[in-house]
Design a protein around this ligand. Structure first.
Ligand code: ATP
Ligand code: LTN
Length: 335
């Protein structure tokens, strides 16, 4: 029996798509939490490469991004000795369970998903069936491992609710197989907004490079992007519904410095947006600087990454296969 089976810790699972270099949004909304959970939970984190092809990817770029996303996991401090870190496509049960779950999911449920509506508007030339049924694959990712918690940004809440609905329905129809997971959404920065359009979430696949801060941007680039961040023109640094740009920057500054909104408003009272944007840029650059150094070390050794991929997949497969077989049997397949 693997170590992970014998501990009494609660289990957490999450995945990140290798659809580009990870952003400050991914970091504050998800990865920072992964790191924080690593010691107190039994953690399982995956690079969701099967999800990434719901939008068109260049094969060479996808291959590189699978390595870079995994190397970024390591660079922020995720440790394969403590957590299971693997690549989704290396564990065949994800795609296989997704089929069982698809046949227990209604078309109408999927049609309500806001991410599908957003992404199909953005990729109108490629509204593929995988993009539509993507939450079912995400449900499979989760349910295979029976986690207690799923740490994600706020944009994934709806998908997590569907995963819970699918699990409940399956258990009711066939008997108890899946655990019903809880979302674990950070109180701060659960939705980091684009620096160029603060009404939209920061996304690594945004065509406008100034809209997001990549975890591998250097200090000058980070500061430049914050200086160019779109804000309003009244020059007052406070949180307000009609000031989405400044509200977003205050949230980011608060998350990286640990200062409260009131402290930040007091610190910058009487100062202008220029001073504030510079302070946010510097604080973010300082938070991200160790990641860049670690990354270069990890990404330069592909053989070692391949070895970690194999080890992670082996540990994940052990858990996934047990759940998958149980689900297959319950449905009536002959194993
Ligand atoms: P894409 O931009 O390609 O749609 P994404 O970054 O939205 O991808 P993932 O890489 O799968 O999607 O996201 C990984 C994690 O980061 C998820 O838990 C997601 O909720 C979180 N996340 C993504 N963007 C943000 C954001 N702007 N603010 C907070 N959390 C985010
Ligand atoms: N759908 C998520 C990524 C994702 C995920 C998961 C998150 C795929 N599988 C399982 C948590 C658990 C996204 O697009 N951000």
């Amino acid at each position: 029996m693997s170590d992970i089976e014998t501990t009494a810790k609660k289990r957490a699972l999450s995945c990140v798509q290798p659809s580009g270099i990870l952003t400050l949004g991914n970091y504050l909304g998800a990865l920072k939490n992964f790191k924080a959970m690593q010691d107190d939970f039994e953690c399982i984190f995956a690079v969701a490469d099967l999800h990434a092809i719901t939008v068109r990817q260049q094969p060479a770029a996808l291959r590189q991004q699978i390595y870079s996303t995994y190397a970024l996991f390591l660079s922020i401090g995720l440790d394969p000795e403590k957590s299971i870190l693997f690549v989704q496509s290396h564990v065949k049960e994800h795609a296989a369970l997704s089929w069982l779950l698809s046949c227990n999911t209604q078309f109408g449920e999927m049609a309500r998903m806001t991410q599908f509506k957003d992404k199909s508007a953005k990729h109108a030339d490629n509204i593929n069936v995988g993009l539509f049924s993507y939450p079912v694959l995400m449900a499979a990712d989760i349910l295979l491992y029976k986690p207690d918690f799923v740490p994600v940004g706020a944009d994934q809440k709806q998908h997590l609710e569907i995963a819970r609905d699918i699990a409940n329905r399956f258990n009711n129809n066939y008997g108890e197989v899946f655990k019903i997971p809880e979302p674990y959404i950070p109180p701060l920065c659960a939705r980091v907004m684009s620096l160029q359009n603060p009404e939209q979430k920061m996304s690594k696949s945004d065509e406008n490079q100034n809209a997001f801060v990549s975890l591998l941007d250097d200090k000058d680039t980070i500061i430049r992007k914050f200086k160019r961040a779109v804000t309003d023109s009244d020059n007052k640094i406070c949180v307000s519904e009609d000031k989405p740009g400044i509200t977003n920057l205050i949230g980011i500054y608060s998350a990286v410095t640990g200062k409260s909104t009131a402290e930040i408003e007091a610190e910058f009272s009487g100062k202008g947006y220029g001073d504030f944007k510079l302070a946010v840029g510097e604080a973010v650059a300082e938070e991200l600087s160790p990641i860049y150094e670690n990354y270069n070390r990890f990404i330069s050794d592909k053989a070692e990454l391949d070895r970690m991929f194999r080890e992670g997949a082996e540990k994940a497969s052990y858990l996934a296969n047990k759940t998958y077989k149980k689900a297959m049997k319950k449905v009536g397949f002959v194993l």
